[in-house]
Design a protein. Structure first.
Length: 318
């Protein structure tokens, strides 16, 4: 019980409740079904990608090309669906395949080029963005079939389908981290790379898997993104990686790797979603939302570092 009460996830859950109560008192429209549904839908893509980023950061890595991967996959899926008609299953398979391919490309540079992940993904972000602008000539893609747009409108048990896809990916990823060998290797590698090598973990394979998994969830998110937006722009989701990393860090994942959970990330996504929605309802200028996200990242990391220092001091005294 004590462990639960002192966990980062419990703290974020309390903040969620506190923000909800405050906004309900300030704005009567906050706790309406339409506004809650809007929050769930608008944060579904963020959530899907944050789950993938959780696994990357747990290994001590980072991927700032995720929004660019989303944009590339969105454009490819949109063009294919509009030209062929296709169907929902083909759309998700194609999006996943595109994301996997781009994630694999990132991993090969990181693993075999031995280049830091931040450098590789910064480079590929520019390549992906530039390539898609060249292919589309900067034009928006519109004219989706009705079934594609309906992905956003569908509900199951009263919850938007897009949000359920987020929860499904979070559930699968949580099981992966907690109950599989790969999950244990992710934590071990992020906690201490040298020790991971010594105990026989094939770190190259693990890193390739992690960045491909990140690409996979970006590909899935690209289909959901297109359905929510109703169109695809070549510069889709510019700057989105900041919010993704913020959600993961706020949820308690150590930015240096080795500790954290998917549950924490889910709570972090919902917390940021509530904050952004509150700012909109309060008629705060949109550019201030980026300022708030930046401050949240700094605060979350500062709290995490402080907690770790206090734990180290307690262990030293013991």
């Amino acid at each position: 019980m004590k462990r639960l009460l002192t966990s980062r996830e419990f703290g974020v859950a309390l903040l969620l409740i506190l923000v909800t109560l405050i906004m309900t008192m300030i704005t009567p429209n906050f706790l309406t079904s339409s506004n809650i549904t809007n929050i769930l839908i608008t944060n579904s893509v963020l959530g899907i990608m944050a789950v993938g980023m959780t696994i990357v950061i747990l290994t001590g890595g980072i991927d700032v090309s995720v929004a660019a991967i989303l944009a590339v996959s969105s454009v490819i899926v949109a063009k294919y669906v509009i030209s062929t008609g296709a169907n929902v299953y083909v759309a998700f398979l194609l999006g996943a395949a595109c994301g996997l391919a781009l994630g694999l490309l990132n991993s090969l540079f990181i693993v075999y080029g031995k280049i830091p992940a931040i450098i590789v993904t910064l480079g590929t972000m520019g390549i992906f963005r530039g390539s898609i602008l060249q292919v589309t000539n900067g034009e928006w893609i519109v004219g989706f079939p009705a079934w594609y747009s309906n992905i956003n409108a569908q509900k199951v048990l009263g919850l938007p389908l897009s949000f359920l896809i987020f929860l499904g990916i979070a559930f699968i990823s949580g099981l992966l981290l907690r109950y599989t060998r790969i999950g244990r290797q992710v934590y071990a590698f992020g906690g201490n790379e040298e020790s991971a090598v010594r105990i026989g973990i094939r770190v190259k394979r693990l890193q390739i898997f992690v960045y491909m998994y990140m690409g996979l969830v970006c590909g899935v998110a690209s289909v959901v993104y297109g359905a929510i937006q109703g169109s695809v722009q070549p510069n889709a989701a510019v700057g989105f990686e900041l919010s993704i990393i913020a959600a993961v860090v706020v949820g308690g994942v150590n930015i240096m790797g080795g500790s954290g959970s998917v549950l924490g990330t889910v709570l972090g996504v919902l917390f940021l979603g509530l904050i952004n929605n509150a700012l909109v309802l309060a008629h705060v200028e949109t550019y201030w939302q980026n300022v708030v996200v930046g401050l949240v990242i700094l605060l979350a990391i500062s709290v995490d570092v402080l907690n770790r220092k206090m734990k180290s001091m307690r262990r030293a005294r013991a």
